[in-house]
Design a protein around this ligand. Structure first.
Ligand code: ADP
Ligand code: MG
Length: 348
């Protein structure tokens, strides 16, 4: 749905130009919710503004729904842009207008519907976002979460195939954030709208995204579906999504091999780890586990300790890998440390 190829953006400046995007490739499939994360200044906002060409990229191409936007100009571009909805961090509602009138605004600009049709459509959209009873309220009378719902209804008015959201929930409290995200996910599922969202919260990614990318210094450092990321070795995103902490420090005690075992889909690591313990009569210690349901899929990581040096554990590691688990050796020849629970304890 969104294809970004070798995108660069250099902001001119008298003293030193800023390269905000430095050869970005990104592919968002139709119907997915795609999250972009990264530190402040990484280029996330620039990237999203380049998707609807609110910002003109310096070079590279942006193709949305099969139309190469970077090749269009003027009227054609404006027409295509209408099908790309944008949800803003600070809502950008007109304070003089009611919720309904704010939602009607893009329809007025479009000029296709009659006054009555516009009103009916706005009411329908306010119903979709759960604000049917607040249609006549002005922004000042609405909470932050409600304002963002109006913003989403307004973005949907032009029946977009893509919804862009730049930190749409960062001005909201955690609970409101969750409900707005749930709404974005609902919109995605019910209306089939592809969503590209920027956030700095990994919780957001975990809650609603099908895929994610990590941006750093104007580049995509890592990207993929959540399931792919989770089973990718040395994935920074997976580590952030399922915080097991940094790899334990090598302490020089030659008695434990520490592994991060990742799994997704229907498999879970636990029964396999139990089986491993029984098959090889090894005393497996679970040092940490982050197992949860992401987008209806079981995904997670488990950090386990096996007695003995790495060389002594080649066979058990092979056992886990053969059964489809991703096994990353995070430390060998180190003490397990921590307050690990025995597997029996955790499994029961
Ligand atoms: P993020 O959204 O990840 O925080 P931005 O895309 O806002 O990142 O910014 C990326 C870089 O581009 C930063 O160094 C920022 O200072 C710079 N930048 C962003 N917008 C402009 C602008 N309009 N003019 C000049 N520099 C800009
Ligand atoms: Mg930003």
């Amino acid at each position: 749905m969104i294809e970004i190829k070798n995108l660069t953006k250099v902001y001119p400046a008298r003293d030193r130009p800023v390269t905000a995007l430095d050869g970005v490739d990104l592919s968002v499939a139709a119907g997915e919710v795609y999250g972009v994360v990264g530190q402040s200044g990484a280029g996330k906002s620039t990237l999203i503004r380049c998707v609807n060409l609110l910002e003109r990229p310096t070079s590279g191409t942006v193709t949305v729904a099969g139309r190469e936007l970077t090749a269009l100009s003027g009227r054609q571009l404006r027409a295509e842009r209408r099908r790309i909805g944008m949800v803003f961090q600070h809502f950008n509602l007109l304070s003089s207008r009611t919720a309904r009138e704010n939602v009607e605004l893009p329809l007025e600009i479009e000029g296709r519907l009659t006054r009555r049709e516009r009103r009916a459509k706005a009411d329908e959209l306010l119903d979709v976002v759960g604000l049917a009873d607040r249609a006549g309220a002005h922004p000042a009378q609405l909470s932050g979460g409600q304002k963002q719902r109006v913003g989403i209804a307004r973005a949907l008015a032009a029946e977009p195939h893509v919804l862009l959201s730049d930190e749409a929930t960062s001005a909201l409290d955690p609970e409101t954030t969750r409900s707005v995200l749930k709404l974005l996910k609902e919109v995605n599922e019910r209306l089939g709208v592809t969503v590209l969202l920027i956030t700095h919260e990994m919780e957001v990614v975990k809650a609603v995204c099908d895929s994610a990318a990590l941006m750093r210094e104007g580049r995509i450092a890592e990207s993929g579906t959540i399931a792919e990321l989770l089973t990718r070795e040395h994935s920074e995103l997976a580590r952030e999504l399922f915080q097991l902490g940094p790899a334990p420090e090598a302490s020089g005690q030659p008695d434990t091999t520490v592994l991060d075992v990742t799994f997704h889909g229907d498999s879970t690591a636990q029964p396999l780890v139990s089986q491993l313990a029984r098959t090889y009569s090894v005393d497996v210690t679970i040092l940490g586990a982050a197992i949860e349901t992401v987008n209806g899929q079981t995904v997670g990581r488990m950090r386990i300790g096996l007695p003995g040096r790495f060389e002594e554990n080649v066979v058990p590691i092979g056992f886990l890998r053969e059964r489809g688990l991703n096994v990353e050796v995070v430390a060998a020849d180190v003490a397990a440390g921590g307050t690990g629970h025995s597997l029996e304890e955790v499994a029961s």
